[in-house]
Design a binder for this molecule. Structure first.
Ligand code: NAD
Ligand code: DAU
Length: 341
């Protein structure tokens, strides 16, 4: 039985991960989260009374807060999801991305070193590999692909990965890194492509597609990301990076059309808008290392995953309406107002 500190456990993937762990393992989970705009304890309402679960409000940039949570809960393992995660917000302002994603990771690594914890897993992203050409479908990101970052978000995540690598090599610490492709599923904040398009369709609003809509992303259902993280945590080789992907490449425009079709709406709702600055053209992951070495594979095909996701947003309208009110409106205005063509 492990005592896991899950940082960022009130966000999209973190909250799905906590539920995955409690359903499939007998571990204790301490959810350590600052509750930024993206953190929402309602995501965990169905497990909050599980005695193996506890919430601690805290900031990974504050070393004393992290130390206290680790000491008081006999933590032996850290899984770090805590981050500023939205590329468009990093273009509007990079400061919080550097603070949380870089400085916060550094704090966690110092605590790992000082407290001599058993394991640390850094949840990273395929965005650290930059962009693949659209016309060379045979090219995929492998763990050996050089780190090349194009957005303040990806630069901050790559910086954190480099710190993890340095702390592994210099101090011989038990560190693992995972780099996953685009996730989708329940509880994803409606600033990201799939939930945003579902919410806008249900609101009868135009769907803003960046550029020509031909950027490619490799989509993975969130539970498959969670199972991969647990495989790496349990069986991964210390100091290694493991890519995680769905082998499921889609043009953005085709995802948008699919959502419209599933909700019975027409393509006249699509509105092409100005492109995201520095927009990476294509992401595609080669997952053969985690599949061959650890025996992981995704369980959800895209048809099932997207069906489940659309259904969840249809049935949980109050959840997304609530998070889209207030501060969200200001973000939406500043991100999209100057994009209209
Ligand atoms: P999210 O934005 O939904 O959630 C982030 C969580 O971190 C929130 O609960 C927030 O309150 C918390 N947080 C932010 N700053 C904090 C701080 N200083 N201290 C403590 N908590 C803080 O993000 P997500 O989409 O769930 O992504 C989780 C992680 O997975 C991130 O590290 C992201 O880079 C990585 N990732 C995401 C995807 C994806 O498709 N969403 C894919 C690959 C990797
Ligand atoms: O690849 C993993 C990454 O996936 C994670 O590390 C990030 O945390 C996560 O946010 C995601 O980044 P993307 O930038 O790929 O995701 P996003 O949902 O913001 O956008 C997906 C694609 O859709 C991208 O090409 C931009 C496009 N897009 C997005 C929005 C929000 C639009 O065309 N219109 C939009 O309004």
């Amino acid at each position: 039985m492990k005592n896991i500190l899950v940082t960022g456990g009130a966000g999209f993937i973190g909250s799905n991960f906590i539920k995955y762990v409690l359903s499939n393992f007998d571990h204790k989970v301490i959810n350590f989260d600052k509750l930024t705009y993206a953190g929402n304890l309602e995501n965990l309402a169905d497990i909050e009374s599980d005695e193996r679960y506890k919430f601690v409000k805290g900031d990974i940039c504050e070393k004393k807060e992290v130390e206290k949570a680790v000491e008081e809960n006999n933590i032996d393992t850290i899984v770090n999801f805590a981050a500023e995660s939205h590329v468009d917000r990093s273009i509007l302002g990079a400061k919080e991305f550097i603070n949380t994603n870089v400085m916060g990771t550094h704090v966690l690594l110092e605590v790992l070193k000082e407290k001599k914890l058993e394991k640390y897993l850094q949840v990273s992203t395929d965005e650290v590999y930059g962009s693949l050409p659209e016309d060379k479908k045979e090219l995929l990101f492998t763990e050996k692909t050089p780190v090349t970052t194009n957005s303040p978000y990806s630069a901050s995540k790559a910086s954190a990965d480099l710190l993890c690598n340095a702390f592994y090599h210099t101090f011989n610490l038990p560190i693992l890194i995972t780099r996953c492709s685009n996730n989708y599923g329940p509880y994803q904040f409606p600033e990201k492509l799939i939930p945003l398009m579902i919410a806008k369709t249900l609101n009868g609003e135009k769907l803003p597609v960046y550029g020509d809509g031909k950027n490619v992303r490799d989509w993975l259902y969130v539970d498959d990301h969670c199972s991969a993280i647990m495989e790496v945590l349990n069986k991964g080789r210390i100091g290694e990076v493991y890519n995680i992907g769905g082998n499921n490449e889609w043009y953005n425009i085709d995802i948008v059309k699919l959502i419209l079709k599933k909700l019975g709406k027409g393509e006249d709702m699509i509105q092409y808008v100005k492109d995201r600055p520095g927009h990476d053209r294509r992401y595609a992951i080669d997952s053969s290392k985690i599949m061959n070495e650890l025996g992981w594979s995704p369980k959800y095909d895209f048809e099932t995953g997207i069906e489940t996701t659309v259904k969840w947003y249809l049935e949980n309208e109050s959840w997304w309406r609530k998070v889209m009110s207030g501060e969200y409106q200001k973000y939406f205005e500043s991100n999209y107002a100057n994009k209209l063509i």
